[in-house]
Each structure stands twice: as structure tokens, then as C-alpha cells.
Design a protein around this ligand. Structure first.
Ligand code: COI
Length: 355
């Protein structure tokens, strides 16, 4: 059991308007912190009042972006209890990201203890309204004070939490996506599979371009041929072509292995759909569209949950998908997945963990 020291606030913050939470705007009363120093390992786990950090401006994170993060949620169930969804998957991914960024490994049980402890401490922040949850953001920063390019020997692992509603203003309504053909998000051998801030920093320019044109997000193509579909930054993507569900395979290492992606593949197969994980070219999607066989497209992610795509702009054409309505596959997946997460549907896979 991780030994956690508690320093609790004397006065709690006012709670936000539960009807207008948005995403990532309101932070709770406390945060979790644990330090790492070479020779000592991870130490001094504590839950303290949510507060600013004081860091030397030469800290490595500010210069060479040795930083990683995760995202998961705590859900309020009908009996009032609180549960996490597949935290083991996020913890495993954390350590895969850490390996790629030369950040020391974390003990799986310690991270689970930390997650449970911070959520338990902030239990009154877990919202109750339909479609809301407590978003949990674990992250690690390199804190060595020096400008040489080497892995840091000291780190801070922190967890902050915030009550959230839908990630997109559209909620479960279809979003408009723009296919980015100039910039790329990741390449083979890079960090696309890892959850690092740098992946998101380099995506901002495409994202901003798309937003200016009225789109919610960018669909990234592979970094080598600009031909194959990778992902949508905040989501993995699924296309339903002629009744078959297809999602880009992870082998190239340029796509984030989403926990919602993995769960969706399993749930869809369990529902009887054929799901193929393979290379999927934009040309194949365009051909299916031309033949009236692009049935549905949707994204999946912890923050975005299941988000239908109503319009995909390739630059050459604007493909209207399923008449800009949520399709039956996405709807069934959304209902089942969120049913398990919010404890309304039997969790026959054993994915939920009570706090
Ligand atoms: C998540 O889905 O948890 C993410 O980390 C994506 C982020 C862009 C909000």
C-alpha cells in the first residue's frame, strides 16, 4: 500500500455549475504529488491543497519537453458509488510512455493507490448528472535544473482532477473533421504511440487551421505517404464501410493505443460486428463514399467518449456521413460503453474498479 501523507484544505472551493461544466475548466480542492530522485526512487507521496508550483526556470521540462500525461475518468454509479474504468490500461500505457521518454517506471500498485486516494479525497466533486464525470489527469515532469540534453534525474508525478461534461461543444452530436494533408502528427519511430505533450503541441497548428474553417478537429494521415489514416489527436477513429467496422492498426507506432479504442473493438466484436484493425487509406474511404458504402464514421477517446463524424472534408470534397446523424453502430457502442462506465449496464468484462 502506498504511504500517502495528507494535508487537506481548511476551506473547500465553491462547486461549479453542474449544468455547464465544459471540459477541463474547474479543478478540485486537492492534488496528488510524488517526487523522484535518482538513488532514492519515487518517494514522498502526498495529497495537498491544489496549488501553483514553484519551479526553477531551467527545469528540463521547460526546454526539452520531457513530460508525459494520462487521462482517465471516475464515474458516479446509480447507487451513488464511484468507479474507475480500466485504470490498469492507463497505468500500463504510462509506463510504456515513460520508457520512450526515459522517465523512470512507476509501480503499478502505487499508481492505482494514488488514483483511488485522490478520487476518494475529491469524492464530492464527482458529478451526478447524465454524461458527466470526474476527469483525472496524471502527469510527470522532468525537474533537473540544467540545460544539457540528457534524461533528468529528478521528476514530479502529479494527479489533478476536474469535473467535466462533454469534450466537444456538440456533445454526442456529429462533429465536422478536416483531413490535414500538409502537417503530420507522428512518424514511425517517433512518439505517436506515447502520451506526451509534444504530440499535442505539434498538432496545434493543424487544429487551429481547421478550427478557423469551422471544424472541430483534424484527421491526421500517416507521416510518410500522407495516404493512410492515423487518428484525430484527441480520438482514435473507426469507419463503418459496407457493414464492416475498420480502425487503423497500431503497428506503425504512430497512433495512440486508446483505452476506449481497445474497449470499443472488444464491445463491437461482442455485439457481433466484424472489426478489422488494419491500414486504411483515405482513398478507400473516398471510394466507399462514392459507392454509397460509407455507412458511419466515429471517434473514440476517454475525453471524447464516442463521437460521430457528420462531415469529413478531405480538401477535395466534403463527405456528408449518415446524413450528419449518429449511426446505429456508434449509438449502440456509446450506449453500451457509457452504460458500463456509469454502472448502468452489467460489466461482464470486469473493467470497472470501485474507488
Ligand atoms: C483523453 O481523451 O483523455 C485525452 O487525453 C485527450 C485530450 C486531448 C483531452
Amino acid at each position: 500500500m502506498l504511504n500517502i501523507r495528507y494535508e487537506l484544505v481548511k476551506e473547500k472551493k465553491a462547486k461549479p455549475d453542474w449544468d455547464n461544466l465544459g471540459f477541463g475548466k474547474h479543478f478540485t480542492d486537492h492534488m496528488f504529488i510524488m517526487d523522484y530522485d535518482a538513488g532514492q526512487g519515487w518517494h514522498d507521496a502526498r495529497i495537498v491543497p491544489y496549488q501553483n508550483l514553484s519551479l526553477d526556470p531551467a527545469c528540463m521540462v521547460f526546454h526539452y519537453a520531457q513530460e508525459m500525461f494520462e487521462g482517465l475518468k471516475a464515474y458516479r454509479t446509480p447507487d451513488g458509488s464511484v468507479q474507475l474504468f480500466r485504470p490498469d490500461q492507463n497505468i500500463d500505457r504510462m509506463n510504456r510512455t515513460n520508457e520512450r521518454l526515459c522517465i523512470p517506471q512507476l509501480d503499478k500498485n502505487d499508481v492505482l493507490d494514488a488514483l483511488r486516494a485522490i478520487v476518494k479525497t475529491e469524492e464530492d466533486w464527482v458529478p451526478k448528472k447524465e454524461g458527466t464525470s470526474l476527469y483525472i489527469r496524471p502527469f510527470i515532469i522532468a525537474t533537473d535544473v540544467q540545460l544539457g540534453v540528457h534524461p533528468s534525474k529528478s521528476y514530479k508525478f502529479m494527479i489533478i482532477t476536474c469535473p467535466v461534461g462533454a469534450y466537444y461543444a456538440e456533445g454526442i452530436k456529429p462533429v465536422k473533421i478536416f483531413v490535414e494533408r500538409e502537417y503530420v502528427r507522428a512518424v514511425r519511430g517517433g512518439t505517436g504511440f506515447a502520451k506526451v505533450g509534444g504530440n499535442y503541441a505539434c498538432s496545434l497548428i493543424g487544429q487551429e487551421k481547421a478550427e478557423k474553417m469551422g471544424y472541430s478537429q483534424v484527421l491526421w494521415l500517416d507521416g510518410i505517404e500522407h495516404k493512410y489514416i492515423d487518428e484525430v489527436g484527441a480520438m482514435n477513429v473507426f469507419f463503418v464501410l459496407d457493414g464492416k467496422v475498420i480502425t487503423p492498426a497500431l503497428e506503425e507506432g504512430s497512433i495512440l493505443p486508446g483505452v476506449t479504442r481497445k474497449s470499443s473493438i472488444q464491445l463491437l466484436r461482442d455485439m457481433g460486428y466484424t472489426v478489422e484493425e488494419r491500414k486504411l487509406s483515405l482513398a478507400e474511404v473516398e471510394e466507399a463514399y462514392a459507392n454509397g458504402k460509407l455507412d458511419e464514421a466515429f471517434g473514440t477517446g476517454t475525453a471524447a467518449v464516442v463521437s460521430p463524424m457528420g462531415l469529413l472534408d478531405t480538401g477535395d470534397q466534403k463527405m456528408l456521413i449518415n446524413n450528419n446523424e449518429i449511426g446505429p453502430v456508434a449509438q449502440k457502442l456509446y450506449d453500451t460503453l457509457t452504460g458500463i462506465q456509469w454502472g448502468r449496464v452489467e460489466d461482464k468484462f470486469g473493467w470497472t474498479v470501485k474507488v
